[in-house]
Write a protein that binds this ligand. Structure first.
Ligand SMILES: NC(=O)c1ccc[n+]([C@@H]2O[C@H](COP(=O)([O-])OP(=O)(O)OC[C@H]3O[C@@H](n4cnc5c(N)ncnc54)[C@H](O)[C@@H]3O)[C@@H](O)[C@H]2O)c1
Length: 310
């Protein structure tokens, strides 16, 4: 099939592009290289540099496309606190633009990259999709709004949509050197440099870490799942395992050979205490299940960061 990956030069998008190309699909990428990198785009994919907020660019990018994997976004809570309007412009308005262009081009389905942040930390994890949503950052609001646009487009137009709520995704190509780097890249970089990782809070906050190739598989399955099962649906994508930051430090210390004790800083405002998915629906409807154990994923990440730093 011919598909479009928005944000296909980014961390998750570029892995998705690799998998689609390797499966024999014709892949087009639309990315404005805001955080993405040209060098990460598979050479057999067609890269178009431009923004999802540009209707003319989208129209051309959508020509002949059957499935859109919509990954492009301003993707950090911190960035959204610094510039809520920019996050809104790309994540909400940009998504409406993508959906409209997909509808107008006669695409079959849009698979949307949503986020566990829409829950805002549920009272009683593991959290199913039916749990109340309570966004606690402009980023989380933008993802929830975009999800609703996906649902509504599927209900009122002949365009299918599936939203996947990713939890904490990690893996190769996730960079530690951006202002808004995620916890695994930051901790790994520190330990490889022989430094103590900095934990904000007591370290007992937990996350449902998901290896990037498992997220990619969820996208591929969401593109093919039967309409009557998944159209207008929202699915958690995560192993369903809560790991504390202290546990993360322990595994990384083992993998990097770092010895010491982490440093502790004040808890960050809005930080969720416990994040853990109930991924029953994704198993049932999409046939998805995680395949890469946490320790193995971390080993692959450490290996990648070592090689890319060296
Ligand atoms: N990484 C995670 O843990 C995580 C968790 C939940 C949801 N998500 C979502 O998954 C998606 C991919 O995230 P990622 O971690 O790979 O981030 P990323 O920043 O590496 O990828 C986002 C990509 O979108 C591109 N982009 C940004 N604005 C654009 C625009 N206006 N037009 C075209 N392209 C644009 C960037 O250049 C980048 O290549 C995002 O939608 C993000 O919100 C990620």
């Amino acid at each position: 099939m011919r598909c479009l990956v928005t944000g296909g030069a980014g961390f998750i998008g570029s892995h998705l592009v690799d998998a689609l190309v390797e499966a024999g699909h014709e892949v087009r990428v639309l990315d404005d290289l805001f955080t993405g990198r040209r060098a990460q785009v598979h050479p057999d994919a067609e890269l178009r540099i431009g923004s999802i907020t540009d209707a003319a660019v989208l129209r051309e990018a959508l020509a002949g496309v059957e499935v859109v994997f919509h990954q492009a976004a301003h993707g950090a809570v911190g960035r959204s606190l610094a510039d809520p309007a920019a996050t809104d412009a790309v994540n909400v308005h940009g998504t409406v633009m993508v959906l409209t262009a997909a509808r107008d081009a006669g695409a079959r389905r849009v698979v949307f990259a949503s986020s566990s942040s829409v829950y805002g930390g549920a009272a009683d994890p593991p959290t199913p999709e039916s749990a109340p949503t309570r966004p606690r950052s402009p980023y989380a609001v933008s993802k929830l709004a975009a999800e609703w646009y996906c649902r509504v487009f599927a209900e009122v137009f002949p365009l299918e949509t599936v939203a996947l709520r990713y939890f904490n995704v990690f893996g190769p190509r996730q960079r530690p050197d951006s202002t808004y780097a995620a916890v695994i890249p930051l901790f790994t970089r520190a330990m490889l440099a022989g430094e103590a990782p900095v934990i904000f809070g007591d370290g007992r906050q937990s996350r449902d870490f998901t290896f990037v190739t498992d997220v990619v598989r969820a996208n591929l399955l969401a593109a093919e799942a039967p309409t009557e099962v998944c159209n207008a649906g929202v699915y958690n994508v995560a192993p369903g395992t809560a790991r504390t930051l202290l546990e993360l430090v322990e595994v990384l210390a083992h993998l990097t050979g770092w010895e010491g004790t982490p440093r502790f800083g004040p808890p960050r405002p809005g930080d969720v205490r416990r994040s853990q998915a109930d991924a029953t629906a994704a198993r049932r409807d999409l046939g998805w299940h995680p395949t890469v154990p946490f320790e193995e994923g971390l080993a692959r990440y450490v290996q990648w960061l070592r090689a890319s730093a060296g």
